[in-house]
Ligand binder design. Structure first.
Ligand code: HEC
Ligand code: HEC
Length: 326
């Protein structure tokens, strides 16, 4: 259950129902991406409208090891639902949540483009998917239902994955309930943490911005004194981008640890201690982050951590529609 601001995919009124028993299925069924309150409009590619069949195929592929040439792994091998589609096995696994709004992908943004292009990159370059391996009747049926052709291509596989990604929307945390008018959704400590988060005493909201809790841009927050040749710099070719990394969303952050691009912090307490007292100067340090940190008291730190934990959307982590297909 996803609550009142649920994202449930709703079959558009009047759309065709199931396929006949034999013969090709009818056209795929469009679905509405019903967004949580307060979210910006979701960009959707004109040539890849979200359909029930496309989402079903994308979900299948996400969990299907046939996507890798040697059958050894699926996307879900590193991206686990109960961790907001991140994991701890590999360093720096980014969660899959609200990526429909992203145009820069990966910690250093070395992939720029649309969600479709990002999925093509994942399929063709990262996985090196061999379409021959996908040519099995169950998948051919699903491709036909989604794209009205049994011909499997890496582009169509990526498009289906992009459609599934557009259903990975999380916006039903206690914080959201509070914003929607449920004053009791946050405890006193969580509310104090929220106020600090949105204040000039801690500045968090500038970068972890909007209801997405990220500006989808790059910043140096002062983790290291020597940032030469790290982060976005080598990607953009500009030294002024050294030490800058993509602002991660804070949605479900309680379950996406360890934290930062290199997993250097195990807990949210360590992250907040860093912001409070661990910020070091370097050539590209963001002006929003003071050298030496924000100087927060023990109580303020505990409040901030409490607020970060109130960004967990349990319904997202357990939604059966996002779990492995049966
Ligand atoms: C071996 C583990 C592993 C597998 C398997 C894997 N990923 Fe990832 N994924 C990662 C890591 C690690 C990162 C962060 C890497 C970086 O930023 O340099 C990441 C990042 C991403 C991102 C960028 C997210 C963002 O916020 O910018 C996307 C998109 C993504 N993965 C999609 C996929 C898809 C689609 C698949 C299946 C085709 C997949 N991943 C399979 C480990 C994995
Ligand atoms: C100048 C922009 C900026 C400000 C201000 C800022 N952050 Fe961040 N935050 C980032 C970036 C960029 C990262 C990733 C850095 C990295 O991995 O090297 C990050 C990482 C984090 C992480 C780790 C998330 C993860 O998944 O690894 C948490 C938690 C966090 N910030 C919370 C906060 C809090 C709380 C504040 C206010 C005290 C704050 N941030 C202020 C940009 C900012």
């Amino acid at each position: 259950m996803r609550g009142t601001v649920a994202l449930a995919l709703v079959v558009a009124a009047g759309a065709s129902a199931c396929a006949a028993d034999d013969g090709p299925p009818g056209p795929p069924t469009p679905v509405d991406d019903r967004l949580p309150a307060g979210f910006p409009p979701m960009p959707v590619a004109e040539d890849n409208p979200t359909t029930a069949e496309g989402v079903a195929l994308g979900r299948q592929l996400y969990y299907d090891a046939r996507l890798s040439p040697d059958g050894s792994r699926a996307c879900a091998s590193c991206h686990f639902q109960d961790r907001s589609f991140s994991s701890t096995g590999v360093t720096g696994v980014l969660p899959h949540v609200n990526l429909a709004w992203s145009t820069f992908f990966l910690w250093d943004g070395r992939f720029t483009g649309t969600l479709e292009e990002a999925m093509i990159m994942e399929v063709e370059e990262f996985f090196g998917t061999d379409v021959e391996r996908l040519k099995e009747p169950d998948l051919e049926d699903m491709f036909e239902a989604a794209f009205e052709t049994r011909e499997i291509t890496t582009t169509r596989a990526a498009y289906a994955l992009a459609q599934f990604q557009r259903t990975l929307v999380s916006g039903a945390s206690p914080f959201d309930a509070y914003l929607e008018g449920d004053a009791g959704a946050l405890s006193a400590a969580e509310r104090r943490g929220m106020e600090l988060f949105y204040s000039e005493d801690a500045e968090c909201f500038h970068c972890h911005a909007t209801r997405l809790m990220t500006d989808n841009l790059f910043h140096n927050i002062g983790l290291d004194a020597d940032v030469t040749g790290t982060g976005r710099g080598p990607v953009s070719g500009r030294a002024l981008d050294d030490g800058k990394w993509k602002t991660p969303t804070l949605r479900n952050v309680a379950v996406t640890g360890p934290y930062m691009h290199d997993d250097r912090f195990e807990t949210l307490e360590e992250v907040v201690d860093f912001y409070a007292e661990g910020v070091v100067d370097s050539s590209t340090l963001d002006t929003l982050v003071p050298i030496g940190g924000y100087g927060l008291t023990a109580e303020q730190r505990a409040d901030l951590v409490a607020f970060l934990r109130a960004l967990t959307d349990e319904s997202y982590l357990t939604d059966p529609a996002l779990a492995p297909p049966r």
